[in-house]
Design a protein around this ligand. Structure first.
Ligand SMILES: Cc1ncc(COP(=O)(O)O)c(C=O)c1O
Length: 430
């Protein structure tokens, strides 16, 4: 645990969070490094939250935060949106798992079909990780080829294939415990580099599919990738786990107007509960079909169990959420708020003469300080801490804006940002 020196940002932050400190001590005895998700790890300890509502959440010491984690991006409608909350609570009373088909799963799938341009057919999973893993398998099964091409640095969850080319050096997985053979099934190229993509596909005729994040890609590049993959019979997968239902109701494919063969979804899809999906070409998803053909059943199809696939609780939340987000107003509202935050943050930086980059697209806002004295995690933890002192929580590098962040939230956030600059400067971090 970092030393708490008197008068420092750390001291100011820690003295208001004694109960979180104590819970963290308890957590250390249960969980490795005390946390249950890598991004919740924070030095010297993370905050522990008791409840949340709308755009706000409260920690065990009674501190209130404007929340820009937004459920890791799942909560475009904020915490406990009344319609989603009511649908979930009502469903919980009727049962959380029937071990059977149910009408809500059909409604949920139909909504995905209506909203997401590529979704001729749909399959549900329990998470985004499961969806991207299965999308890769679908591409491999459909083409009979083994390799998947991904973009360097693009995150697709935590399964073995997704650990490849995540951070430099790109030829080393981001995690220990990945079989060498996995690496040989993956090829990676830089983002927005069409020549590199073409060269990699030339050198690897056994590429089954290209998986990528389409956010920030721009229509021209996406169209080029679409054309190149189509020419070669390579399956194009957009991972829209974050961007789906956020960039536009139909995600990046609607926003940029370029449609992939397969789309992976999660987060907003399930209205804040666990859930993932693939939407895509009917001929590709027919690999899940049951047929009266033993040869097909044993050697032709993809099997797909999964205890919590389309469970009634997630389906209820998902249906309630998608019915609200399908008309585009929520996305426009969230984007408008993010644009205001961008402008206000820029004004703070200008006024203070601090070099910073405020970017990101739509309702995803990215903040970085190229000349910060602390780097990497050391800086993001301090930045997070400084914003928490001002009553704002985020991951230290990006803010996920919801449709329920208000004018008062913007005002508090800008004030916290202004104060955070001073705190970070005084602390020697900036
Ligand atoms: C783009 C992207 N793909 C996949 C995933 C994995 O989703 P999950 O955390 O639901 O497994 C994430 C998670 O944040 C993600 O951001």
């Amino acid at each position: 645990m970092a030393q708490v020196r008197p008068g420092t940002l750390l001291e100011r932050w820690a003295e208001r969070r004694p109960t979180s400190a104590a819970l963290s001590q308890r957590a250390q005895k249960v969980f490795p490094s005390g946390v249950t998700h890598d991004s919740r790890y924070m030095e010297p300890f993370p905050i522990y939250v008791t409840h949340a509502q709308g755009s706000r959440k409260w920690d065990v010491d009674g501190n209130e935060y404007v929340d820009y984690w937004s459920g890791h991006g799942a909560l475009l409608l904020g915490h406990n949106h009344p319609a989603v909350c009511e649908a979930t609570v009502e469903q919980a009373k009727k049962g959380t798992h029937y071990g059977a088909c149910h009408e809500l799963e059909i409604e949920w799938g139909e909504l995905v079909q209506q909203i997401v341009p590529s979704a001729e057919k749909v399959k549900f999973f329990s998470s985004g990780t499961e969806a991207t893993m299965m999308a890769m398998r679908l591409a491999r099964a459909f083409t009979g080829k083994d390799k998947i091409l991904k973009i360097q640095g693009h995150f697709h969850g935590w399964h073995d294939y997704a650990t490849i080319a995540m951070s430099p050096p790109y030829d080393e997985p981001i995690s220990k415990g990945i079989p060498k053979a996995i690496k040989e099934t993956m090829v990676a190229v830089p983002f927005k580099d069409v020549a590199a993509l073409r060269a990699a596909l030339d050198a690897n005729p056994d590429v089954a599919g290209v998986i990528m994040l389409a956010g920030g890609a721009g229509t021209e590049y996406l169209q080029q990738v679409r054309d190149i993959t189509r020419e070669r019979g390579v399956i194009l997968i957009y991972d829209e786990v974050v961007t789906g239902f956020r960039y536009a109701p139909g995600g990046c494919q609607e926003y940029y107007g370029v449609v992939p063969d397969l789309t992976t979804m999660a987060k907003i899809l399930a209205g804040g509960l666990p859930g993932g999906a693939i939407g895509g070409r009917a001929d590709i998803l027919s690999l899940f079909d049951f047929r009266d053909d033993p040869q097909w059943m044993r050697f032709g199809r993809i099997n797909h169990p999964g205890t919590f696939n389309a469970n009634p609780l997630s389906a209820a939340a998902g249906v309630a959420c998608l019915k609200i987000v399908r008309d585009g107003a929520t996305q426009r509202k969230a984007t408008g708020t993010a644009d205001r935050l961008r402008a206000e943050f820029d004004a703070v930086l200008q006024r203070r003469g601090v070099k910073g980059e405020i970017g990101g697209e739509v309702s995803l806002l990215a903040i970085s300080f190229p000349e910060a004295k602390l780097k990497g995690r050391s800086f993001t933890h301090r930045f997070r801490m400084a914003m928490q002192v001002g009553g704002v929580d985020f991951n230290g590098a990006s803010m996920i804006v919801s449709a329920v962040h208000s004018d008062a939230d913007v005002a508090r956030t800008v004030e916290a940002f202004d104060q955070a600059i001073t705190l970070l400067q005084d602390d020697g971090a900036l």
